[in-house]
Design a protein around this ligand. Structure first.
Ligand code: GTP
Ligand code: MG
Length: 192
C-alpha cells in the first residue's frame, strides 16, 4: 500500500470522541511495549506518527490514525503492564473491551505479539476473547530483527499453535519485514 496521507485524526477515552465519519477501522491490540505504535509508524512509513517509547504504558488513549482518507488504524493502550494501578488498568480494560465489542465500524483487529517469546497468558486470553467476539484477527509477531532468522519459522509455529489465528505474519518495525503482508490483509478486509 502506498500511504499518501497519515494523520492523527483523534484521541479518545470515551465513545463520544470516536470518529463519526463511519470509515472502517483496524484496531491494534497487544501487550504493553510489544511494538504496536512502532508497527503503525512502519505501516505508514512515518517515523513519528505514533509515539513510541522504551517505557511500557506509553499509549493511554485510543488514537485514531486516518490513512489515505479511507480507513483508520486505531492504537489502543497495551495490556499486561504491572506498574499501572488497579483502577487505571480496569478503566483501560473497560475502554478497550467496550470499543472492540461494540464498535460498528471495526473491520478487523491486529493482535501484536513478540516473536522472540511464547505468547503470554495475557496474549492467550486476548486471543480467546477476540475469538468469542467473532472478530477478524491478524496476528503479527514482531521484533523479528531481534532473533536469528533461523529461528523465525519455529517461533512462528509456536505462536500459531498457541493462539490459532487464521493468519500470522512475522514482522519487524525495524526492517519493514512483513509490512506488505499486513497491508494485503487490510486491503482484503476493505474490499471484502
Ligand atoms: P505501549 O504504547 O506502551 O503499549 O507500547 P507499544 O506496544 O506501542 O510499543 P512501542 O511501539 O512504543 O515499542 C516499544 C519499544 O520496542 C520501543 O523502544 C521500540 O523502539 C521497540 N520496538 C518496537 N518494534 C520493534 C521491532 O520490530 N524491532 C526492534 N528492534 N524494536 C522494536
Ligand atoms: Mg504505544
Amino acid at each position: 500500500m502506498q500511504v499518501t496521507e497519515a494523520i492523527l485524526a483523534g484521541t479518545a477515552v470515551s465513545p463520544d470522541r470516536f470518529p463519526k465519519d463511519g470509515l472502517p477501522e483496524f484496531a491494534l491490540v497487544g501487550r504493553s511495549n510489544v511494538g504496536k505504535s512502532s508497527l503503525i509508524n512502519r505501516l505508514a512509513m512515518r517515523k513519528k506518527l505514533a509515539h513510541t517509547s522504551n517505557t511500557p504504558g506509553r499509549t493511554r488513549t485510543l488514537n485514531f490514525y486516518r490513512i489515505n482518507s479511507r480507513f483508520y488504524l486505531v492504537d489502543l493502550p497495551g495490556y499486561g503492564y504491572a506498574q499501572v494501578s488497579q483502577s487505571e488498568r480496569r478503566r483501560w480494560g473497560a475502554m478497550v473491551e467496550n470499543f472492540l465489542a461494540n464498535r460498528e465500524s471495526l473491520a478487523g483487529v491486529i493482535h501484536v505479539v513478540d516473536l522472540r517469546h511464547p505468547p503470554t497468558a495475557d496474549d492467550r486470553l486476548m486471543a480467546e476473547w477476540l475469538r468469542v467476539h467473532d472478530l477478524a484477527v491478524l496476528v503479527v509477531a514482531t521484533k523479528a530483527d531481534k532473533i536469528a532468522r533461523s529461528r523465525w519459522e519455529s517461533h512462528r509455529r509456536q505462536v500459531e499453535a498457541t493462539l490459532q489465528p487464521s493468519r500470522c505474519v512475522v514482522f519487524s518495525a525495524e526492517t519493514g519485514l512483513g509490512r506488505d503482508q499486513v497491508w494485503t490483509w487490510v486491503v482484503e478486509r476493505l474490499s471484502g
